[in-house]
Design a protein around this ligand. Sequence first.
Ligand code: GLU
Length: 551
Amino acid sequence: MSKAVADLIYPDLTKNYADYEALYPIRTEDDSVYTTRFSPSPTGFMHIGGLYAALINRILAKRSGGTFYLRIEDTDQKRQVEGGVSEIISTLNEFEIQFDEGPANETEDYGNYGPYRQSRRGEIYQAFAKHLVEEDKAYVCFCTEEDIAEIRKKQEEDNCNFLGYYGKWARCRNLPEEEVIARLKRGEEFIIRLKSEGKDGQTREFYDEIRGPLTMPENIIDTVLIKRDGLPTYHFAHAVDDHLMRTTDVIRADEWISSLPIHVQLFETLGFPVPRYSHLSPIMKMDGNSKRKLSKRKDPEARVHHYMELGYPVKAVIDYLLTIASSEFEDWRKEHSDEDITQFPIDVKKTGVAGALFDPDKLDNIAKNCVGAMSGEEIFETVSQWAAQFDEKLNQYISANGERFQNSIPVWHERRLDVRRWSDLMNFYPYLYDSEFDNCSCEIPEKIQNNRGDVISILTDYLASYDSADDSDVWFSKIKVIAEKYNYAVKMGKYKKNPEDYRGSIVDVASYIRFAITSHFDTPDLHQIISVIGAEESIERVSRFLEKLKG
Ligand code: GLU
C-alpha cells in the first residue's frame, strides 16, 4: 500500500510525523540522565503497585537530574471515570510524588512535551500511523467484528494453535490498492494494522533491566494500531508517546512483560530508538498457604485510598514501599532520617524478580516510629487536615477544642509508641477525643465487679479529697492515703513479698480510678489525661461511674 492510500486516511491532519519529531526535541544526549514517567489509566482509584511504580520512576529521574512526568492513558473511553485525572493528581500530591510535567488538573497541562493525556493526542498517533501506511509497514483493515469472529471460528476448526489476525488469516493485509481506495472513498469504516514482519516459530532476545535477557517469540500478529474511533491501542500509543516524550526508561508493572515483543517491534518499525525496560514485580500477599498478587477487588490494602482513609503518615507509606523496593533502604534511612527520598540511591535492578510480600506489621512498625519522630506541632497540623477529609467526628472535636487537642498530643505521643495512623486516635483514646464518650456505657469488668465494695469506697474517698489545684505529686499522695486506708500496699516491694497481707496494691487503686475515668485499664499517665479533659469532666465521670456501681 502506499501514498495514495495514506492520502485518503485522516485527511485533516495539520502536521506530519516529521513535524512532531521536530516539535519534541531530544531532551539530552547524556545517557546517564533518566526521563521516566507514570502513565496510569484514570479508572477511579490508584493501586498501591501504581504508587510504588510512580515512586521508583520519580526517584530515578530526580537522582539523575532528569525528568519525571505524568501521562494519562485514557484511550479506552469505556473505562474512564469522572474526576479520574484529579484523583490521580491529588493522590500523587498527597504522597509527595511531584511530577515535572503533566496534567495540572482535569483540563490543563504543563510541560513542553504534551498534551499529556492520550485522548488529546489523536492527531499525533494518526500522523505516525499514516506514515507507516505510506511506507507499507501498516495497512488499512475493513474487517468488522463479525469478520474477526468468523476468522477465529475457522482457525478453531482448523485446530490452529495460534489464534489471531496474522499471515494467511489477515484478510485485509494484501487487498488490492484500488479496492482499498474505492472502499475508503465510499466512507467505509476502517482500522489501521501493523504489517508484522515477525516470523512464526522464531524467537528473539529482549532485555529487561531487572530480569536480564529474555527469549520470547517474535510478534506475528498484525496488531491494531488505530481503532475505529480514531484512537490508538495501548501498544501504539505507548511507542509513539514514549518516543515523543523522549522517555529513556519505561518502568512499569510486569503484567506488560508479555507485550515486550510487540512493543519493541513497534519502536523498530517506527524507526525509534528502543527505551530501556524494567518490569516491576507485583506486591504479593499470602492467601492461606499460597502467595498471590494484591487484588484490587479482594484486598482493601491494594487501594492507595485505604492508607489515606486510615491516616497513615505519608512518609511511613513511602518508606515502607521503599523497603519493598530495596533491601538497602532501611539502613540508608537510619543514617538519613530526614533526607528526601529522592536522595536514596535506588537501583531498579535490585527490586527483584520475586514479588515482595506485603507485610502490614512492618508498615505499622515504620508508621509508629514515624509518628514518634514527628513534633507535636506537625501532628496537630497533619491530623487536623486528615480529620477534615476523613473523620467527621474527630474533625468536629478538633474544631471545637483546638487547644485541648493540642494539649492532648503529648499525653500519648511522649511515652508510648502505639499510634500508627490517625484513625488509631479515636480507637485507642476515645476518652480523650470522642465528644460523646460515655464512661458508663461499657460492661463492668470482673476486676471491678469482684472488688465492688472496695472500689465504691475508694472512689468515694477520691471524690472527697480531690482538689483541682493539686499538682500531680499531691494528687498521687492523696491516692496513696486512700490506698493505705483500705489496706492496699503502697510499697510494691513489700506487697510482692507478702501479697496475702493486703487487699491489693496502689496499682489496683490507681486502676480503679483510671477505669472510672477512661473505661480502660491501660492508658497513658492518668494525671495528664485529667489535665486534658479537665478537672470538672474527670470528677463528673468518677461520680457517674460511682452511681452506676452503687445502683
Ligand atoms: N496505562 C497502563 C496501565 O495503567 C500503563 C502501562 C505503562 O506504564 O506503560 O497499566
